[in-house]
Design a protein around this ligand. Structure first.
Ligand code: SAM
Length: 185
């Protein structure tokens, strides 16, 4: 190779390599960043979710973005099976520890993944406490994948123009909030 060309070619190769590595690292971090920050549903509201959904033995209760696992754990305590999905590994570790402490670890499945990619067809109850645009993004999957009769509950945020079957006012952390219930038909 022409020596005059060697230095620029090497510099270009290093730049491409570093660009690729930093791009890959960036992509990895972005892919795992939660879409919404963590805020737990207050315990008094958790009880209301369980009663509003009528959670009972035989139910499979998904919390998509499960935080510390409190909804899935409450469902397991009510005799159902819980599925705790969170993209944040810290939250999944916390959920496992909380389920173990509550003696229901065997009744809860833990899934560290993006909620938008997790199969949900076996759910009989789906709970979300996310964000309005995330609910809208999730809506087609709820409609297409869930069986008729599956209950969907959202804390605080609506599902756009889906009319809820029931709306319940609850005392949230920062004042009065709503729980919305829909049934897939
Ligand atoms: C507002 S918190 C609700 C926590 C829990 N559901 C509760 O009600 O106590 C939202 C949770 O969603 C998780 N999350 C955000 N984006 C996610 C995604 N794309 N896939 C899975 N979990 C996600 C966050 O890590 C956080 O734990």
């Amino acid at each position: 190779m022409n020596k005059k060309l060697l230095l620029p070619v090497c510099a270009l190769s290093v730049a491409i390599l570093l660009g690729g590595v930093s791009g890959a690292l960036h992509a990895q971090a972005a892919a795992r960043a939660p879409d919404v920050y963590y805020e737990p549903t207050p315990e008094n509201v958790v009880d209301r979710v369980v009663s509003l959904a009528g959670v009972r033995a035989g139910d499979i209760v998904y919390d998509l973005g499960c935080g510390d696992g409190r909804i899935a754990i409450a469902a397991a305590k009510a005799g159902a099976r819980g599925v705790c999905v969170d993209i944040d590994p810290v939250r999944i570790r916390e959920s496992r520890a909380n389920a173990a402490a509550a003696g229901v670890e065997a009744r809860v499945r833990f899934v560290e993944a993006d909620l938008f990619t997790v199969p949900i067809a076996d759910a009989t109850v789906v709970f979300v406490f996310l964000w309005p645009d995330l609910n809208l993004k999730l809506r087609p999957r709820l409609w297409n994948e869930l069986k008729p009769g599956t209950r969907v509950i959202s804390y605080v945020h609506t599902m756009g123009d889906w009319a809820p079957r029931e709306t319940v006012k609850v005392q949230g952390r920062y004042g009065q909030r709503e729980l919305y219930l829909w049934t897939i038909n």
